[in-house]
Design a protein around this ligand. Structure first.
Ligand SMILES: [Zn+2]
Length: 154
């Protein structure tokens, strides 16, 4: 278990980005500025640690103001067919436009099976871990108590 966890580099940053992403989505309907701030923070985290966001995640954020793009709420989604068939996302906060071409049978590199090299399992065993964690401090306390009692005795 311990070795497997060590393999996940920048786990803390990923967790932080996850938190910020969720926070920004929650704030999207309440305050767009705060949502944009959280989104900006998330992108900053990724940039600082040189981590890449998943394309689907990246596409759900405005490239210009980092507000989460929620269709009908913070973004307008339209299908266009003029030059090429594509999906047009308009951010209603900064009016920035993003276009994604829709090609039949096209898959992002990450969605292709060749992109997956190895799958790591990080599912923790909650019951065992909790027992171990709760046991550890008690043992330390016992040791401390023993040491104190020894000191007092001597
Ligand atoms: Zn925007």
């Amino acid at each position: 278990m311990g070795n497997k966890n060590k393999l996940c580099q920048h786990k803390d940053i990923f967790e932080r980005m996850n938190y910020l992403y969720q926070a920004s989505h929650l704030m999207a309907s309440i305050d767009k500025r705060t949502a944009s701030y959280f989104g900006n923070n998330m992108v900053g985290c990724a940039r600082k640690a040189v981590l890449r966001m998943e394309p689907n995640l990246k596409r759900s954020i405005c490239k210009c103001c980092q507000t989460p793009l929620i269709p009908g709420e913070t973004a307008r989604v339209r299908l266009t067919s003029k030059p090429v068939k594509r999906v047009k996302w308009t951010c209603l906060t900064c009016m920035n436009i993003k276009r994604f071409p829709t090609k039949k049978g096209y898959k992002l590199w990450l969605d292709q099976p060749a992109a997956i090299i190895e799958t790591l399992d990080y599912t923790p065993k909650p019951k065992n871990k909790n027992v171990k964690k709760s046991d550890a401090p008690e043992k330390i306390k016992e040791k401390e108590v023993n040491a104190k009692t020894l000191e007092n005795a001597s």
